[in-house]
Write a protein that binds this ligand. Structure first.
Ligand code: BES
Ligand code: ZN
Ligand code: ZN
Length: 489
């Protein structure tokens, strides 16, 4: 499906014209369109209310009216959602094309054309997302073109930006949704290489097992020891065209399947652990968009990739591994593997890249799901500035974050008996998400750093029309893009 922007004064002829209505007000219509009176007066304008009729007059034989709810409750997130609903209805009505028409009033309700265009484009594009790679009879969708009509010089720019955000998110979703036998560490590495071929300004280096060993990444190697698949360390670099406003590093957990290892998980829902690479998918998704957005920062994306499998060669509970920075770690539970592959990635980033800020994303703990559920990702950081920047980016794109504590005593819980650290705390002190973050804290030195635990939000959030449901959500991509777009260097 192709999505384009047009000025709202120029409504093209179409199979389906979509217009919007606030609660208690008549539908907002282009001047040439007339709706049958009884239909128009039946529209109540409740949020997500959806009705269609034949038009009495205008550029389309059929008009769909979508409810926006009360003006005071209306925001960009509602606009994303109704845009997705409109496209999904256009698909089920088997239209070849559709026009979504927005009035001046609607655009000012979201504070301008840029916001409106971006929200409409994200909603339309992500609402039409499908993963059909492995369907022997993929659903044949007739809808070819969606035209977004709006006013103002920045409306078209907003649409363009929304489409770039959506394409990057869809790229991440595709990686997430692949079964783990199609998305092995080497497949993630290939996807990263493909990004470097596609976008100007993006380079990719993939380190294989021999190089990982040479760097002394014993924690990553330990997790991979039980698998037939060698680990991979992806390092993507984006260099801006002009002067750089600073250097940031994004780190993502790329665990392509988590059985738990010798500390094996129960069988129920173990299939969901193909999504344990969602943090890595988000980082790759970001690199899909950086060049197109003209990002002014030098951005590094580091994704350690591995499977976590039980085997005769696998690390056993109590075994000791040595991380790249020399820290020794007792692996008391082989299912707490995310922090092990990430600690080597974080050591690498701090020692080799020396960024101004690090953000890591990981499906790290079941505990964050208990604490926050599926609508909020946990954010744990010692930097108030990073926390505030990321919280407001999350609010803007409706990928919401909620702070969880990260204190010295969490850090102390992770100190080891035999070795420097242990990968789980003893004595069941609770605060599992903070423990995971505290373990990682030992590897970032003084670099400002934020850890996002996306175990609850990477899949399985409640359906919000363009996002949520049982498949991969692509969470993190729009959040980080927005953060990079609004961050002051
Ligand atoms: N990948 C899991 C975390 C997870 C669980 C993500 C459920 C999404 C849904 C992680 O590797 C893990 O197994 N963590 C353990 C840590 C524990 C052993 C300290 C957990 O949360 O149970
Ligand atoms: Zn695990
Ligand atoms: Zn895991």
């Amino acid at each position: 499906m192709k999505c384009i922007a047009k000025d709202s004064a120029l409504v093209p002829n179409t199979d389906l014209l979509v217009v919007f209505a606030f609660a208690g007000a008549p539908p907002m219509l282009p001047p040439s369109v007339k709706l049958p009176k009884p239909f128009a007066s039946a529209v109540r304008g409740e949020f997500r209310e959806i009705r269609h009729t034949d038009a009495a007059q205008g550029p389309s034989p059929r008009v769909l009216v979508l409810g926006l709810g009360k003006p005071a409750e209306f925001d960009v997130e509602r606009l994303r959602r109704v845009s997705a609903l409109a496209v999904q209805r256009a698909e089920s009505l088997e239209c070849a094309n559709a026009v979504l028409w927005t009035s001046k009033a609607l655009i000012s309700a979201v504070k301008g054309g840029r916001n409106a265009g971006a929200a409409l484009a994200e909603g339309a594009s992500l609402g039409a997302y499908r993963f059909q790679t492995h369907k022997s009879k993929p659903k044949n969708v007739k809808l070819q073109r969606v035209t977004l009509c709006g006013e103002g010089s920045d409306f078209a720019a907003g649409v363009e930006r929304g489409l770039v955000y959506a394409a990057a998110t869809a790229f991440a979703r595709d990686l997430q949704n692949q079964p783990a036998n199609f998305m092995r560490p080497r497949d993630m590495a290939a996807a990263a290489q493909q990004l470097a071929r596609r976008g100007a300004g993006v380079r990719c280096r993939v380190l294989g097992a021999p190089q990982i060993r040479k760097l002394g990444m014993g924690a990553l190697l330990g997790v991979a020891a039980g698998s037939q698949e060698p680990p991979q360390l992806i390092h993507l670099t984006y260099t801006p065209k002009g002067r750089s406003r600073g250097r940031v590093a994004l780190v993502g957990k790329g665990l392509t399947f988590d059985t738990g290892g010798i500390s094996i998980k129960p069988a129920g829902k173990m299939w969901d652990m193909k999504y344990d690479m969602s943090g890595g998918a988000a980082v790759l998704g970001v690199f899909h968009a950086l060049a197109e957005l003209g990002c002014p920062f030098e951005v590094h994306g580091v994704v350690p990739c591995s499977e976590n499998m039980p085997d005769g060669r696998a690390v056993k509970p109590g075994d000791m591994v040595r991380a790249m920075n020399g820290t020794t770690i007792e692996v008391l539970n082989t299912d707490a593997e995310g922090r092990l592959i990430l600690c080597d990635a974080l050591s690498y980033v701090t020692a080799r890249i020396k960024p101004d800020a690090i953000v890591d994303l990981a499906t790290l703990t079941g505990a964050v799901v208990v604490a926050l559920g599926h609508e909020y990702s946990g954010i744990m950081t010692r930097s108030d500035a990073l926390r505030d920047e990321l919280l407001s980016a999350g609010e803007a794109v409706a990928e919401r974050l909620w702070p969880l504590p990260l204190a010295e005593h969490h850090r102390d819980l992770m100190r080891g008996e035999v070795a420097d650290l242990k990968n789980i705390a003893l004595g069941d002190p609770g605060a599992g998400a903070s423990q995971g973050a505290a373990f990682l804290w030992h590897f970032v030195g003084d670099t400002p750093w934020a850890h996002l635990d996306i175990a609850g939000t990477a899949w399985g959030a409640s359906n919000r029309d363009y996002v949520g449901g049982p498949m991969g959500s692509g969470v993190g991509v729009r959040l980080l893009l927005r953060w990079l777009e609004t961050r002051r260097g």
